[in-house]
Design a protein around this ligand. Structure first.
Ligand code: UD1
Ligand code: PEP
Length: 413
């Protein structure tokens, strides 16, 4: 399946943002921490949610899916998520902490690398070990065992989002108190902590770099709505700005988009923030800027590719430095095929703005590379044919419908 984008349409209107992919995935993983009923509302219709739901059904959980809601209940019958599903989604590793916590053991395939880099899980495993689990490897799987984990101080060498989430889930039913030091600060971690606390957990300090988890003997059900997706929102902000348009981005938490909004303003884009929406408008040329991706509250790596497409037509040269993942430049060669002038030097990309991009046949290698190529196609002269749509579907609900409602001309074949 390919997406055909006829470029040079100025976007305008309103777009509604869904719940966050990176919040709902750990929340679904944490629903395994109780047998009681967990109801999650405003569920986005994206492939990653379908995949994790397939996995937890196979693990024995009862699942009811109603319009935009999922209701999860019942016992875990299995501690071994199947390889075929796990390999489709890196976030499957987030099931490790909660299964270990509930079952005293978990076996899961090592996720390996992916298009954006190596992505080891050493920090997750070091943390589980610190909580008293034994870790072994067999046939490409990692096995963690520990009847009742014991609270401890865990220092993370790097504020890994996934390791922080996995360790919160492992520690929540442990004996005694745990402290995660140098924890990640991402809003999705606060959302996971809020969800666990709504189930009777005792997690404090989420959103700071020391998170305290007071172990409890059991958790109960909950009814929860995850936070809006700051990366989906940022992607639409960039799409509108790239086309020189003007739009309202609805159902967001503007605070979570500070780094993106500030950089856009530096390029000359006008952003106005309100309680739960913002407006974006560009009516002048794009000033070049320099960006370094960093853990939150720094500029998000998940917005790097989209920003690069935007800067491809800036008036002058910009430098983007990717410090989170070592190989997140797979979109560059595709942007070059559309006429962008980008040079990679180590971890930096030097983007010399060109007057305009031209449509080409390009391929998405990962989720955000796909989003970046869509943005490039929206601004380009002529038609862009994008393949690798399955990556985009992992994280963007109805992206063609939403962009066309803003005035884009996108079809699928
Ligand atoms: C489902 C989800 O929420 N995914 C997000 C999560 O991924 P994820 O949780 O995988 O990202 P991490 O914060 O763990 O990774 C950041 C860096 O730490 C390294 N690392 C991580 C763990 C580990 O044990 N050892 C190690 O070296 C990684 O290789 C990477 O270079 O945060 C990333 C960074 O904001 C985002 O790009 C992803 O969209
Ligand atoms: C890298 C991403 O996701 P994941 O960690 O699930 O691969 C992303 O959302 O951009």
């Amino acid at each position: 399946m390919a997406m055909i984008i006829k470029g040079k349409k100025r976007l305008s209107g309103e777009v509604e943002i869904e719940s966050s992919k990176n919040a709902i995935l750990p929340i679904i993983a944490a629903s395994l921490l109780t047998d009681d009923e967990v109801r999650i509302r405003k569920v986005p219709n994206i492939k990653d949610v379908t995949t994790i739901m397939q996995i937890i059904k196979i693990l024995g959980k009862q699942v009811k899916e109603q319009e935009r809601q999922i209701i999860i209940s019942g016992k875990l019958m299995n501690h071994h998520p199947p390889y075929e599903l796990v390999r489709q989604m890196r976030a499957s590793i987030l099931l490790m902490g909660s299964i270990l916590s509930r079952e005293g053991k978990v076996r899961i395939s090592l996720p390996g690398g992916c298009a954006i880099g190596n992505r080891p899980i050493d920090l997750h495993l070091k943390g589980f070990h610190g909580l008293g689990a034994n870790i072994n490897f067999d046939n490409g799987d990692v096995i963690a065992k520990g009847r009742r984990l014991k609270g401890n101080h865990i220092y993370l060498d790097y504020p890994s989002v996934g390791a922080t989430e996995n360790l919160i889930m492992a520690a929540v039913l442990a004996q005694g108190d745990s402290y995660i030091e140098n924890a990640a600060l991402e809003p999705e971690i606060q959302d996971l902590a809020n969800f666990i606390n709504s189930m009777g957990g005792k997690v404090t300090g989420a959103g700071t770099n020391v998170i305290q988890i007071q172990g409890v003997s059991e958790l109960h059900g909950s009814d929860y709505t995850p936070i809006p997706d700051r990366i989906e929102a940022g992607t639409y902000m960039l799409a509108v700005a790239a086309t020189g348009g003007q739009a309202v981005i609805k159902n967001i938490i503007p605070e979570h988009l500070k780094a993106v909004s500030a950089k856009l303003e530096e390029t000359g884009v006008e952003i106005k923030e309100y309680d739960n929406h913002l407006t974006v408008k560009r009516d002048s040329y794009i000033k070049p800027v320099n960006i370094k991706t960093l853990p939150y509250p720094g500029f998000p790596t998940d917005m790097q590719a989209q920003f690069m497409s935007f800067l491809s037509c800036a008036r002058g040269s910009s430098i983007i430095s990717e410090s989170v993942f070592e190989n997140r430049y797979m979109h560059v060669q595709e942007l070059q095929r559309m006429g962008a002038e980008i040079k990679i030097e180590g971890r930096a990309a030097i983007i010399k703005g060109v007057k305009e991009l031209t449509g080409a046949q390009v391929k998405a290698s990962d989720l955000r590379a796909g989003a970046a190529l869509i943005i490039a196609g929206l601004t380009a002269d002529g038609s862009t044919i994008l393949t690798g749509m399955e990556h985009v579907e992992r994280g963007y609900e109805g992206i063609i419908t939403k962009l066309n409602a803003l005035g884009a001309n996108i079809t699928q074949n």
